[in-house]
Design a protein around this ligand. Structure first.
Ligand code: ATP
Ligand code: MG
Length: 180
């Protein structure tokens, strides 16, 4: 899925739709140059996942951990239409992003507590350093977002979402790929 000329409001709408589809065990890799909007996007996903604490850029801390307050999520019944990612003026898409690899998420408990792990690997220089942060161990414990994931991408499970951010004047272009 590819979107062009998104202002912040449209990026927020995209983040909201993705937030509804994400559950424990899901991994989102965020690619794109400095200032292309990766942290902004994660902040918005956190907002729609009911994170109440202020969400800062993790550039200097490598990992931010956010606790989502419980929210009631209606179980998705098989056979009903999926949430669709529709942004004004863009094609209708349906991401089919399913829940955690341990079967957690939406169907396991409607009030399940959720943690979001948000990494920024920009300052690291080797895969070992990234792995030592414990990224892989935490994957099953929550939703994982990784900015500047290039160092570690070969070690991350292939079932993941990759999002590519690009400047476009005042706006941003975003490409979202669901990998299986
Ligand atoms: N769609 C958008 N339209 C206009 N401005 C945006 C958009 N998305 C984000 N911004 C703004 O761009 C600036 C940089 O965003 P952000 O910090 O999210 O970038 P980043 O990709 O995380 O950068 P870094 O690689 O340095 O961590 C912020 O001021 C943010 O508000
Ligand atoms: Mg950032």
């Amino acid at each position: 899925m590819e979107y062009f000329n998104l202002n912040k409001q449209k990026v927020s709408a995209l983040a909201k739709t993705l937030a509804k589809s994400l559950s424990k065990g899901d991994i989102v890799l965020l690619y794109g140059e400095l200032g292309s909007g990766k942290t902004f996007f994660v902040n918005k996903v956190c907002k729609y996942k009911n994170v109440k604490s202020i969400v800062n850029s993790p550039s200097y801390v490598l990992l931010n951990e956010y606790e989502c307050e419980p929210q009631h999520i209606s179980p998705r019944i098989h056979g009903t239409p999926h949430t669709s990612l529709r942004i004004h003026g863009t094609p209708h898409i349906s991401p089919h992003i399913h829940g955690g690899r341990k079967g957690g998420g939406i169907l396991s408990h409607p009030y399940e507590l959720l943690t979001i792990y948000h990494y920024d690997l920009y300052r690291l220089s080797s895969a070992d350093e990234a792995i030592e942060l414990g990224i892989l161990e935490r994957i099953d414990e929550g939703i994982t977002f990784i900015e500047w994931p290039e160092l570690i991408e070969d070690f991350i499970p292939k079932k993941r979402i990759e999002i590519f951010f690009e400047h476009n004047g005042l706006y941003r272009n975003i490409r979202l790929e669901v990998k299986q």
